[in-house]
Ligand binder design. Structure first.
Ligand code: ADP
Ligand code: MG
Length: 322
């Protein structure tokens, strides 16, 4: 099998819904027709072997994750994902590996209503870059800069499990089998929240997905919105079992600085609480209110309340060049 067999057999031959695609895989560029009255969102995210995943990562989980992390960026802005392009560097064309990868890739795409419209394939160390495009109704997108003083801070789902799986693998601590399986699943196959993101349009003031650690990602919203915030350690949603098993400092670090959660972090006015709780029920996603924004005051942006005591929290989230 050569490069063009791969593109023809595994990519171009796959039947996909029309989805505004006037011209898909096969020409020099794709042609798509965005919805009338929509803003187009475009972003990309890479997965590099040895950086974002281990070489033994199952191919179906890799395909799951490259779609999930990109859908998560759309969800963070309230955008509906529609199209994607995949740039892949592969050390070899292994048919079994590629079949598993492509089956999972298209299965994920179908779940979110996304069409694969193009990409690039080259030989090289295993690496994927997915470019995703989506839409919001014009001028409705959720931005990091929209938070206001006195907003509630909310987070979806449960945080810190993926980080616990990674730290177990790196030898920082040992998790029991039952808990390890649940945490590994979160690391391998994250579930982004596009439906929640869309439902938050018009209700949330600002949003961001959690990829590099809750504390660091919250600070992105705070910096962009020129605010500070206080969060309550007791309100942080995690796994009760994880909290019971790990020393407190390890648990807190997984939750606040771990990352790879792909949950949504957003702010909204207190008057929207009931509506937000209803949105959570409609989307079948637990939503937790973890703190409140406040005016900027001095160098410390983020404050953590623990057992009635307040201390500044310096985010230690992931930074590739730290
Ligand atoms: P070009 O020489 O213009 O770069 P290619 O031969 O690389 O074109 O690609 C041929 C077609 O296959 C293009 O439509 C391209 O978008 C698509 N394609 C190539 N690699 C991928 C991939 N990994 N995923 C999806 N589409 C791909
Ligand atoms: Mg090309």
């Amino acid at each position: 099998m050569n490069e063009f067999d791969f593109i023809r057999r595994y990519l171009a031959a796959h039947k996909q819904p029309e989805n505004g695609v006037a011209l898909g895989i096969g020409d020099d560029a794709a042609i798509v027709r965005p919805g009338a009255g929509c803003d187009l969102h475009i972003s990309c995210d890479m997965l590099v072997c040895g950086r974002h995943f281990f070489a033994d990562h199952p191919p179906d989980a890799l395909a799951h994750k490259i779609v999930a992390v990109n859908v998560s960026d759309m969800a963070a802005m309230g955008a509906k994902p529609r199209w994607m392009l995949l740039a892949a560097a592969l050390p070899e064309l292994d048919e079994n590996w590629l079949a598993a990868f492509c089956d999972s890739l298209f299965a994920q795409a179908r779940r979110y209503g996304i069409s694969l419209i193009g990409g690039d394939t080259t030989r090289g160390d295993l690496c994927f870059s997915l470019t995703i495009a989506g839409e919001t109704p014009r001028n409705q997108a959720l931005r990091r800069s929209g938070a206001q003083d006195g907003d509630d801070i909310w987070v979806s789902g449960r945080i810190g499990l993926a980080a616990a799986a990674l730290r177990h693998r790196l030898g920082a601590f040992r998790l029991p089998e039952s808990l390890l399986a649940a945490c590994q699943e979160r690391l391998l196959r994250p579930e982004p929240r596009p439906k929640l993101g869309s439902r938050l349009l018009g209700t949330a003031h600002a949003a961001q997905d959690i990829s590099d650690g809750l504390a660091q990602d919250l600070c992105h919203i705070l910096r962009a919105s020129k605010l500070a915030a206080e969060i309550d350690a007791a309100a942080l949603p995690s796994s009760p079992e994880l909290k019971r098993l790990l020393p407190y400092a390890d648990w807190l670090s997984c939750v606040l600085d771990g990352g790879d959660d792909y949950e949504l972090l957003f702010t909204a006015p207190p008057a929207a609480r009931l509506r937000i709780e209803q949105i959570g029920r409609d989307c079948a996603v637990p939503l937790s209110r973890i703190g409140r924004t406040q005016p900027e005051n001095g160098a410390d942006r983020l404050w953590l309340r623990e057992n009635g005591h307040l201390r500044p929290y310096a985010a230690q989230g992931f930074d590739h060049f730290a």
